[in-house]
Design a protein around this ligand. Structure first.
Ligand code: SF4
Length: 178
């Protein structure tokens, strides 16, 4: 059975910077069986969900200050050491975010993960967009640092908006597909 890495907050764990979770609709099984959360709940009961929070894994606490990639520089620049992740007060938290990204990759590889489902817009877990470093609610295209690292190592990444597609990918892999 294919394992799948899932952002912990999507699985209902209260690990976000503000101490909240972001459970996907249907996770508790009290709604539509086809709701995205019902798929996550099934992955959990099947034992294939590898639930992980890179920021907690990198040593950050809950709650913690929000943080963004400075100057809309992008995750690649952070991984290359030419950009920082900072809090609104300008505290450099890059080291913890990078530690969490590498720990997430190691956790995924140890479990043989080839597919991940992540929380969009997070400086760690975002896929298509992250906040631009101004703390003004503005986004720029591009992934967070953990997602960038997962993609660089050949792991297919989906967000909470694409959970049926992630399920289809897992099924294809189990049927011997790419
Ligand atoms: Fe969720 Fe990822 Fe943020 Fe952790 S780092 S709270 S898993 S979005």
């Amino acid at each position: 059975m294919e394992s799948v890495l899932v952002s912990a907050c999507l699985m209902g764990r209260p690990v976000r910077f503000d101490g909240a979770a972001k459970p996907v609709v249907g996770l508790t099984g009290d709604g539509d069986d086809h709701a995205p959360g019902a798929i996550l709940a099934r992955w959990r009961s099947e034992g294939r969900a590898v639930v992980y929070c890179p920021e907690v894994g990198g040593g950050l606490g809950v709650p913690r200050p929000p943080a963004e990639i400075e100057n809309a520089a992008g995750a690649r620049a952070v991984l290359d050491g030419t950009a920082r992740i900072v809090t609104p007060q300008g505290v450099d938290v890059t080291r913890a975010y990078l530690a969490g990204a590498h720990a997430a990759l190691e956790t995924a590889r140890s479990a043989g993960v080839r597919v991940a489902v992540v929380k969009e817009s997070s400086p760690s877990c975002g896929l298509r967009q992250v906040y631009d470093g101004t703390f003004a609610g503005k986004t720029v295209s591009g992934p967070g640092v953990t997602t960038r690292l997962l993609l660089d190592h050949g792991i297919a990444v989906y967000t909470e908006r694409d959970i049926p597609a992630a399920q289809a990918h897992l099924t294809a892999l189990e049927q011997g597909g790419p």
